[in-house]
Design a protein around this ligand. Structure first.
Ligand code: PMP
Length: 419
């Protein structure tokens, strides 16, 4: 067993006590709410513990101020907290200091940042970007658009019948014209955990860079970017107990040094004259304008929370919950599950025969079970799976096997209804 004290953890998340079922056109609880909530949509976003909300509240109540520019006390306090947030993230993922940690809005912006800076200046006609069939649109559409602009080619590595990457195909698709190799660390649809160290090695053998999408990995397992040797790595605060509005682009220092800025304006310049401007040091060169200060403080508290529980314990818990859900869903012949049976992250996507994922998830919602239905921002992957959509249950440290039993029961109601 994982060794997590789930009951104690749940106490830190007030939203888990919420009832639902009433008027959803008005945000928040109302009189019609009569069902318990079984929240199994953590891959979309995670909930926020008191500790994170309190850290942000303390900032707003006690030292709210803009950073980097004030000499006054509050501004200095806010600046220290904001800068230290970079150190905390660096330490959490094994980066070599705050210079390698750029705060973005989310994972999506991290991809776009790299496309607009590296992509528009370095990617040349005739070169290629190798990515995979299981990428999130944040990655896939970014590379697609970039390659179209630059006259480069995107190549998609195929998946096998188990939903794992075909590594022979990977090796075949990367060649000496490959400039970038980009893969998702943990697939948000299949749950597949990709061999990102090996993928990065293949990239480097051909002189290409690697960009790993860690949006589902950093929240759920220990991640060490130095061990992976990734050149770039991205993730979002809101999927790891943190607030919305903040994400991270990790990049190796020398690579980030060489890139031009993405957004320009205040805070990212060293000196501006009418004839031109020079840029601030890393990471500020990439953080134009007033940054997400409260969010950075919230993200720091989220990392403290995750580390207190322990990333190894969280990884084990994810596996316990995912394998329990897999086994329970697998008991039924009319349920198709996507992705590998073993070595998977904490989520399971599936379809119930004869029932569209949207209908299924609306019946689940009637039971208080919150899941995601649709393509999960992986439409091309659903084309490969040959289904228009799927239903995804995704777990986090506060979930229980009882909640998965509720899911199975609710699926059974749908089965009866559509029989
Ligand atoms: N990549 C993966 C694997 C994801 O799961 C997500 C979120 N669903 C994203 C990228 C995009 O994250 P965000 O919406 O926070 O930019």
């Amino acid at each position: 067993v994982s060794g997590l004290d789930v009951e104690a953890i749940r106490e830190d998340f007030p939203i888990l006590d919420r009832k639902i079922g009433g008027d959803v056109t008005v945000p928040g609880p109302d009189e019609g709410d009569d069902k318990p909530l079984y929240y199994l949509d953590n891959a979309a976003t995670s909930h926020t513990p008191r500790q994170v909300v309190e850290a942000m509240t303390e900032y707003y109540y006690e030292y709210n101020s803009n950073v980097h520019r004030g000499i006054h006390s509050l501004s200095q306090e806010a600046s220290v907290a904001y800068e230290q947030a970079h150190d905390r993230v660096a330490e959490f993922i094994g980066a070599d200091g705050r210079e390698e940690i750029v705060f973005t809005k989310n994972t999506t912006e991290a991809f776009n940042l790299l496309a607009y800076t590296w992509g528009l200046t370095e990617l040349e006609p005739g070169q290629n970007v190798v990515t995979t069939q299981m990428e999130h649109h944040a990655s896939l559409v970014t590379w697609q658009q970039l390659c179209e602009k630059q006259g480069a080619e995107v190549r998609y590595v195929e998946i096998d019948d188990d939903g794992r990457l075909d590594m022979d195909d990977f090796r075949a698709k990367v060649d000496d014209d490959t400039a970038m190799v980009s893969a998702v660390h943990v697939s948000n649809t299949l749950g597949t955990v990709n061999p990102v160290t090996e993928i990065t090695e293949i990239a480097h053998e051909h002189g290409a860079l690697s960009f790993i999408d860690g949006a589902q990995a950093v929240p759920t397992r220990p991640v060490d970017v130095a061990e992976i040797d990734a050149d770039f790595y991205a993730f979002s605060g809101h999927k790891m107990l943190g607030p919305t509005g903040i994400g991270v682009l990790y990049g190796k220092r020398d690579l980030l040094e060489d890139l031009p800025p993405f957004l320009v304006g205040g805070s990212m310049i060293r000196r501006v004259e009418f004839e031109g401007a020079t840029w601030e040091d890393l990471p500020w060169k990439f953080e134009a304008g007033t940054p997400p200060i409260a969010e950075a403080i919230g993200l720091t508290a989220a990392i403290d929370y995750l580390e207190d529980v322990g990333m190894e314990a969280i990884e084990r818990r994810e596996w316990e919950l995912a394998s329990y859900a897999y086994e329970r869903l697998n008991e039924f012949d009319d349920i198709e599950i996507y992705g590998p049976e073993t070595d998977r992250g904490g989520l399971v996507s599936f379809n119930l025969e004869g029932v569209h994922a949207h209908d299924l998830s609306s019946i689940l919602d009637d039971h208080g079970v919150a899941v995601r239905a649709g393509d999960h921002c992986t439409q091309p992957l659903h084309d490969v799976l040959d289904v228009p959509a799927s239903t995804r249950a995704s777990f986090y440290l506060y979930n229980t096997t009882d909640e998965i039993d509720e899911l199975i029961e609710a699926v059974d109601t749908a089965r009866q209804l559509f029989a």
